[in-house]
Design a protein around this ligand. Structure first.
Ligand code: 5GP
Ligand code: ZN
Length: 113
């Protein structure tokens, strides 16, 4: 059994509120939402951080971002605006080491950093 939380969610071993699933990625609601909409878009492939992505992952990463865009639109945030964030390692506060993009929306978001 994988010790990666997001691999376990992908495999149905840990429950999550799924909002999207396709051949290449899944998306589910964050358990501790930081905004009215807080969804994590996660490639099915286990890549620990963006540091570990390679040219081979270019199409996959594009797909993850376009999926984030569709989810933000479907949640009603396309026009008012929303944010995509990928935390990488310690200084960014990454806590789950399976690459993911946060989709945040539904309120005015403060400055980054
Ligand atoms: P990171 O800090 O690595 O960028 O983001 C990890 C995110 O995963 C955090 O926002 C955290 O709230 C979320 N998270 C941690 N454990 C779980 C879980 O078991 N289920 C869900 N849905 N989200 C989780
Ligand atoms: Zn994983």
């Amino acid at each position: 059994m994988s010790d990666c939380l997001f691999c376990r969610i992908r495999d149905g071993q840990v429950p999550a509120t799924m909002v999207h699933q396709d051949e290449h990625c899944i998306a589910f609601r964050d358990i501790h939402p930081q905004a009215p909409t807080h969804i994590l878009v996660v490639p099915r492939k286990h890549i620990a951080t963006l540091n570990d992505a390679t040219e081979e992952d270019a199409l996959l990463l594009g797909h993850v971002l376009l999926t984030a865009k569709k989810i933000a639109r479907d949640e009603g945030h396309g026009d008012p605006g929303w944010r995509a964030i990928a935390n990488v390692n310690r200084d960014a506060g990454q806590t789950v080491f399976h690459l993911h993009v946060h989709v945040l929306g539904g309120r005015r978001l403060g400055p980054l950093g």
